[in-house]
Design a protein around this ligand. Structure first.
Ligand code: PLP
Length: 408
């Protein structure tokens, strides 16, 4: 068969695919219903509304979180419970509030960020909602290319040393969204120790996928709070995590871990915002998630549901795209995404063709600040929510869309 025959064959396959009238929304990395079912025991996990210290969880109070919830997240994050706050149902809101408090009030002992221009370093491709927070709050963003071991650290060190407007950096240290990158020990050590022109520089350490392995190998990332303390920068990192993709994404519990000074700072400002978090939800999560081994066993159940879906996408890409020059994709060891890398200038067109075929993807460019992928070459694939059959079909449709985009 000639190259032209091949192309027209794929065109026909794409047209046939369109006739299926599929309607699939893969725009976000949501847990599937059967994953949410794994935590249905949450509904019945409370036989009392009293916490261990006698707190009546139905009432106001406890800005910093229930002691047993802080102890649980302390164990999960490998941090002393005294350095943990449990608050809110989602870690994104904690990240947002850290930025707002820093902008309006300043970090401990420092002037409010908002008095001067503020810049954040943004590893790319990255999490669109991190970038949305910066954009909405007037923080300028600089792209930092990701590498297999984390980041272009030479560039990071150079920029933060030179520019005092760089007040922070987004980091997803394990199984990053969408590239699945895991930070090496060297990257963690350099981030903790690097010299920053801004004395109040913060690493926004989003440990969203700490337990979300896809392989049997469970990768670990060095402890950033310990690394920062050892390097003489104890207040540099703020760690965020949640049970969103452990229990229920819409009704989980979130945690923030940091130095004692940052915890005191957070508590002061969060106490103005609220008279206390949802302690009933915290208590039922403590009863249900119990401890690290229980969480790891639950995550193994998630893994067994997710792994075949990731494998199905990879198999379809292999089948339809292996011979296409300039096309590659990640084979993540954990997390929720596959990054499909297309030849420059073809990601947007592919997403549009997939949409015509009934598959809604995250907009091309979303993994970059301001929605602008300079090469227009990254497509975020979120295999978790559709059924195995649907995701297999969708991956085929995405691959055919890409082939058609490249031929037109
Ligand atoms: N951080 C990353 C890197 C994510 O990919 C997501 C969800 O996709 C979140 C945070 C959201 O976390 P939460 O539900 O705790 O706000």
């Amino acid at each position: 068969m000639t190259a032209a025959d091949f192309q027209s064959q794929h065109h026909e396959q794409y047209q046939t695919f369109k006739q299926l009238g599929l309607k699939l929304d893969m725009s976000r990395g949501k847990p599937a219903p059967e994953q949410l079912d794994l935590s249905n025991a949450l509904m019945a996990s409370l036989d009392s509304y009293k916490a261990a210290d006698g707190t009546d969880c139905r009432n106001y109070g406890g800005t910093i979180g229930l002691p047993e919830a802080r102890a649980l997240f302390g164990q999960l994050l490998d941090v002393p419970a005294a350095q943990v706050v449990v608050d809110s149902s989602a870690s994104l809101s904690l990240m947002h509030d850290v930025i707002i408090y820093s902008l309006l009030n300043g970090t401990p002992g420092n002037a409010p960020w908002v008095r001067e221009p503020v810049t954040f370093l943004c590893p790319v491709p990255g999490y669109d909602r991190h970038f949305a927070i910066c954009e909405a709050r007037g923080i300028k963003m600089i792209n930092i290319p990701m590498t297999d071991s984390g980041l272009d650290m030479d560039l990071v060190e150079k920029l933060v040393a030179e520019d005092a407007s760089i007040k922070g950096m987004w980091c997803v240290p394990k199984y990053s969204n969408p590239g699945g990158v895991v930070y090496s020990d060297e990257v963690v050590a350099r981030l903790a120790a690097m010299k920053t022109a801004a004395p109040d520089f913060r690493l926004m350490w989003d440990d969203a996928y700490r337990f979300h392995h896809l392989g049997e190998q469970k990768l670990a990332v060095a402890n950033i709070l310990e690394a920062c303390a050892q390097a003489g920068n104890p207040d540099r990192a703020i760690v965020f995590a949640s049970s969103s993709k452990v229990s229920w994404a819409g009704s989980g519990v979130a945690a923030l871990a940091a130095s004692p000074a940052n915890i005191a700072w957070w508590t002061k400002h969060a106490g103005i915002r609220s008279i206390g978090p949802d302690k009933i939800n915290q208590l039922r999560h403590v009863r249900f998630l119990k401890d690290l081994p229980t969480v790891e066993a639950l995550m193994e159940q998630h893994r067994l549901l997710l792994k075949p879906k990731f494998d199905a996408v990879l198999a379809q890409f292999e089948r339809y795209l292996a011979d296409v020059p300039g096309v590659s994709w990640t084979r993540p060891l954990g997390g929720y995404f596959i990054d499909l890398v297309t030849p420059p200038g073809s990601a947007k067109r592919t997403v549009a063709l997939a949409k015509e075929a009934g598959i809604t993807l995250t907009p091309a460019g979303a993994a970059f600040p301001y929605g602008n992928d300079p090469k227009d070459s990254h497509i975020r694939i979120a295999p978790s929510f559709p059924s195995l059959d649907e995701i297999t079909q969708a991956a085929q449709g995405i691959a055919l869309s890409l082939r058609v985009a490249l031929a037109s």
